[in-house]
Design a protein. Sequence first.
Length: 341
Amino acid sequence: MKFDKIRTFIKSLSILPKASSKEINAKNFYGKDDSDIPGYTSDHIIFCDGLVKIYKSKDTEVVALQGLELEIKKGEMMAIIGNSGSGKSTLMNLIGGLDSPSAGTLIVDGKNLLRMKKPELLRYKKEKVGFVWQNNARNLIPYLPAIHNVEIPMILAGRKDAKKRAAELLEIMGLKERMNNRLSQLSGGEQQRVAIAIAMANNPKILLADEPTGAVDTATATIIYNIFRKLNKEYGITIIIVTHDRAVAKNVDRVVTIVDGRTGSEYIRKNSYKEQIMELDRMSGVEESETHEEMIVVDRQGRPKIPEEYLELAKIPNNSKVRLKMKDDTIVIYSRDKDDE
Ligand SMILES: Nc1ncnc2c1ncn2[C@@H]1O[C@H](COP(=O)(O)OP(=O)(O)OP(=O)(O)O)[C@@H](O)[C@H]1O
Ligand SMILES: [Mg+2]
């Protein structure tokens, strides 16, 4: 089938959510305002509090997220790292509206996803978030040229300038010369860049990338991270990268760890991205510890998340009582067995 026929066919499908124009124009289409939630501010693009996801089947129950807390500011480029099974993809699917939370608060761009109805959620998925997966075959059609692959989501959204914008996006991805090649004629790394163009097609505010460099070599991964950085800096898109590769820290400003469905320590970049580039130019490789500083998160109830190794060194068993002492403006935590000095 020629692409013109495919285009006509797609246009004839009534895929858009059935909402009246009055509903679509309504200010609060995505649900009520959540500005009254403690800790939440208008600077947050994502705000999770006590987020729980339980997968239930006939005889098993998996608690994939166990009261997760996470705050992401507008325009951040950050990463979430964690071992296999820690709940990273679960969190991405919830933020992307592909799955629904079991309990808690999940506010994205001012609206609580737990309160969204189906048509609102459909529109949310289409307008607010773009997805990039490790396995890009999930949103690509191999026998169509790259440019048509990028056009499709825009045609679905009813955009008139689909072809022009698809070409522009592929140019940003460095694929100007390859845009008329079929997907099957492109390398894995080039296909991944087409997948990023697709994710960007409908101007999302947030780009969710789940193991985006898991199937490419280091040089291609660098190209992909540079594209992410460009999209983040030039278009202000919030980018969240999920991976179990700790080396991702070199490419983002903040890394949040996730362990058994809960967030743990955070690593914040010590120097600016510009300084980092200069540093990278000088050295062949930079250790994570040289660029990022580990931060212990004090949660909204005032609980610090103290790493296991610190507790072991201080001989403080888990689930025990400790003593606190103020020394000037410093808080000292010590075992109750230790004599008060
Ligand atoms: N649809 C599902 N039904 C049942 N259990 C699920 C489902 N999806 C995920 N899980 C379980 O939830 C937990 C978290 O899975 P998740 O896919 O979020 O992990 P992950 O951190 O992305 O791991 P990986 O690095 O391997 O991709 C795992 O124990 C997994 O088996
Ligand atoms: Mg995963």
